[in-house]
Design a protein around this ligand. Structure first.
Ligand SMILES: [Zn+2]
Length: 232
């Protein structure tokens, strides 16, 4: 169910699902299957059925917020989702892109971010950090979840140059020596540059290499795993 779970203080939980949790994206496969999988994840998290908040991810730089007690919730088009008062359980879905979970140790705010190549270029991670800071977050911790690693994400040389010009830590090469992008390293650099503490990345977290994880590149359409943050 959970590839990894943990937290830095009592009542604050961060987790990433694995393929045993099943596909969690409603637009892949049968929606009823994904809905059932979401309900099982909510049970494992110990949150109310239907309370987990997702977003419609569109590779944008848009940050959305979930208000407290949002009864008639419909997912916004966004690539970062914040709970300013920490009352909402949040989810981000990925299969090779980088899922980031954020939480304030000095206050209630939490957030999740979907960072692919475009999100790294357009600054979705710093945007999410700024959004949390605007709600008073002072001591942010981030967890960078499973994604395709820098040895596996081969790209054309001009694409590598474009991203590395904006975020130098993204510059990488594959095991065969061809141009690649290291998106988790890029996200880590963006978090550190924004003054965020980065918690340890679980070992074996390359989605392409680890068959316990969903990878769009290895098996398109098979499913999406979730990055989760919630308070109890
Ligand atoms: Zn890899």
């Amino acid at each position: 169910m959970f590839f990894w779970q943990g937290g830095v203080q009592p009542g604050l939980h961060a987790a990433f699902t694995d393929s045993a949790a099943g596909n969690l994206a409603l637009n892949l496969g049968r929606p009823s299957t994904a809905a059932g999988n979401r309900a099982r994840v909510e049970t494992a998290m110990g949150v109310a059925p239907g309370s987990l908040r997702f977003m419609t991810q569109v590779h944008s730089s848009t940050v959305a917020e979930v208000p407290a007690g949002s009864g008639n919730w419909s997912p916004p088009e966004a690539d970062a989702l914040l709970s300013p008062d920490g009352s909402q359980a949040l989810a981000v879905l990925v299969a090779d892109c980088v899922p980031v979970v954020l939480a304030d140790r000095s206050g209630p705010a939490t957030g999740v971010v979907h960072a692919g190549r475009r999100g790294v270029l357009t600054g979705i991670v710093p945007n999410a950090v700024a959004g949390l800071r605007a709600h008073g977050a002072r001591e942010l911790t981030a967890w960078i979840g499973p994604s395709v690693c820098g040895r596996c994400y081969e790209v054309p040389a001009n694409m590598r140059d474009e991203v590395a010009a904006a975020v130098p830590a993204s510059y990488a090469q594959t095991l065969h020596g061809t141009p690649a992008l290291d998106l988790p390293a890029a996200v880590r650099q963006q978090l550190l540059d924004a003054g965020v503490d980065v918690a340890a990345v679980p070992a074996g977290s390359c989605t392409l290499e680890n068959p316990r994880l969903f990878s769009h590149r290895r098996e398109p359409g098979a499913g999406r795993l979730a990055g989760l943050v919630w308070r109890t």
